[in-house]
Write a protein that binds this ligand. Structure first.
Ligand code: ARG
Length: 577
């Protein structure tokens, strides 16, 4: 364990249990970074209130300080009973050296490994892949990368919206315009236009409407010709999705597709089993689950409808079949649903119903990782100027174009400039999505996400590229650096202390499913590095050999942390910028 905050938490806990008895070992030492020392522990105030003889908090703090024993630093009691804790330089250097020697930079692997099913991206083929799906894709992919790095078994599930009544009209429209034209349009990412044209026919033309309805029936009955047409439609659509995934550098592949259609054959049994166990009941002709605690505006129990009165199944039916499959067949310990926050109620009710049915045992968790809406600069749902939804490939192309323009004057040859423009443009979009907590709304703003200052993708990419250039200039291969790390200047100390927090942050991002914590950490790291670099020459002439070796090691460790962190976020790491 290298994280100073965790180390101190453990130490202070032991000391207070030693001073006041094991029954108080549950007290949270409340260790926080402080402006007066490295850390401050505030536990003495709350503990004083719990102790039977109500001692003064200052005395409680002193008793803890006295029992910290061979503590690797200094502890002072201050104010009403704060513990000001400063770690010794040797301790910091020693732990930084350990981290430096470890190819995983101290990040532990989860033992035993858990199976984490991550449901993300999940665009709808029958509607449009809109910017909202961009965010679920990017956040979900970062979580998948983090869990894999932590040694968990990750199963990606792309729950495509690839089934349902709209496919009747989509297939009829495909027949009307001809397969080649339809395929070309869908592959080009014009699914929305395709959908709207089909919808228009459906509303304007009675014959088309009748054909569309009949087509739904033949599709559901498994008619071979109709299924072939459905495949033609879906394959072209998936080729477009894959183009977006490739542009984004997202790790989803065709093997991860587990769309709604996959559950089709399980829906009848899903309903039958729920009815047989009494979990679902008939209500006004529809089969419903009434999970306790959910009521509508009229205070009546809220139904989760799993079979409509016309016999049709819905979104919830599929999700119940899916949860059962994920627990039973995929052996999920944890299921993360990275989906828009407007579906919160749906997931709460699905999870509750699955627990009632016994399909989601206590040993497994299902978590809705709520994704906040993406807004335009006007504060409204993100749209083009003319009010249409934005085509994702256009949006990403624009990001790359803007990045290209920003680096136009840096004298790179065409190929290098193109590579950097892609890395920076895509990196900016992804980092902007990730750096804001996933459940808050966020304003999509090209200008802001592409600036080179602040908590942005380009700033983080630049920070690591700058370290690479230090090594290039010094003619040193980062892999050949050995240290040892010694702490001299305050900026060296602050950088090393910051780096020690990396493993705990990665673990926490996995636990809490919050990639923005990693962004914040990397930003603080880049800032600490900047201060270090401004104050501590590394490869300049006249720097003593041992100082140079130590600083090179700090540079190499910072580079490794930044690079690993950006990889975990799925943000490209360009060599130079
Ligand atoms: N296709 C859905 C949508 O775009 C998201 C699916 C999320 N996953 C799930 N298991 N329901 O809204």
């Amino acid at each position: 364990m290298t994280d100073p905050q965790l180390v101190l938490t453990e130490r202070v806990r032991l000391a207070l249990a030693d001073a006041f008895g094991a029954e108080f070992a549950d007290a949270d030492p409340l260790i926080r970074p402080s402006q007066f020392a490295d850390f401050q522990a505030n536990v003495a105030m709350s503990l004083a209130r719990r102790l039977p003889d109500r001692p003064k908090p200052r005395d409680v703090a002193q008793a803890i300080a006295d029992r910290l024993g061979d503590f690797p630093g200094t502890v002072e009691v201050s104010g009403p009973g704060f513990l000001n804790i400063t770690l010794g330089d040797a301790w910091i250097a020693d732990h930084a050296a350990h981290m430096f020697d470890d190819p995983r930079a101290g990040v532990p692997t989860t033992a035993p490994a858990a199976t984490v099913v991550i449901d993300y991206s999940a665009p709808n083929a029958a509607k449009e892949m809109h910017v909202g799906h961009l965010r679920t894709t990017i956040v979900g992919d970062a979580l998948a990368r983090v869990h894999e790095h932590l040694g968990n078994r990750v199963v990606r599930q792309n729950h495509l919206g690839d089934w349902g009544t709209p496919f009747g009209m989509l297939i009829e429209h495909l027949l009307d315009i001809g397969e080649p034209a339809a395929v070309a349009q869908l592959e080009a990412g014009e699914g929305t236009e395709f959908y709207q044209a089909a919808r228009q026919m459906f509303e304007a033309d009675e014959t088309f409407k009748r054909r569309a309805r009949e087509r739904v029936t033949t599709l559901q009955s498994g008619d071979a010709d109709t299924l072939r047409l459905w495949h033609v439609f879906m394959n072209a659509t998936i080729r477009y999705f894959n183009k977006i995934y490739a542009m984004l550098g997202v790790t989803l592949t065709d093997a991860d597709i587990a769309g709604e259609s996959m559950y089709n054959d399980m829906l009848a049994k899903t309903c039958a089993d729920l009815e047989a166990s009494g979990v679902a009941v008939l209500s006004e002709g529809a089969l419903c689950v009434f999970p306790p605690g959910f009521t509508g505006s009229d205070d009546k129990p809220l139904p989760l409808i799993i079979r409509k009165s016309d016999g049709g199944y819905g979104y919830a039916t599929t999700d119940l079949a899916a949860i059962r499959y994920r627990v039973h067949d995929l052996k999920a310990d944890r299921i993360l649903y990275v989906v828009g926050n407007d579906q919160a109620l749906h997931f709460q009710m699905v999870f509750a119903a699955a627990r009632m049915a016994g399909w989601l045992p206590d040993s497994a968790s299902a978590e809705h990782i709520q994704i906040g809406m993406m807004l335009g600069k006007d504060g409204r749902r993100f749209k083009t100027r003319s009010g249409e939804s934005v085509k994702l490939s256009d949006l990403l192309d624009e990001a790359i174009d803007r990045a290209r323009a920003a680096i136009a004057d840096r004298g790179y040859d065409d190929a290098t400039r193109e590579e950097i423009a892609r890395a920076v443009g895509i990196g900016a979009v992804k980092y902007a999505d990730l750096s804001v907590s996933h459940d808050s709304e966020y304003v999509f703003d090209f200008d802001r996400m592409l600036t080179l200052t602040g908590n942005t993708g380009p700033y983080m990419q630049y920070a690591q590229a700058r370290i690479r250039s230090i090594f290039r200039r010094g003619g040193v291969d980062p892999a050949s650096v050995t240290g040892p790390i010694v702490i001299g200047e305050a900026a060296e100390r602050a950088l090393a202390l910051q780096l020690l927090g990396f493993p705990a942050v990665v673990e926490r991002v996995g636990e809490a499913a919050e990639p923005h914590r990693l962004c914040a950490f990397l930003f603080d790291t880049a800032t600490a590095f900047t201060t270090f670099f401004e104050n501590c020459p590394v490869v300049k002439e006249g720097v003593p050999a041992d100082t140079r070796a130590s600083r090179l090691a700090l540079c190499a460790l910072t580079l490794r942390v930044l690079e690993t962190g950006l990889n975990l976020l799925g943000v490209p790491v360009p060599d130079r910028m």
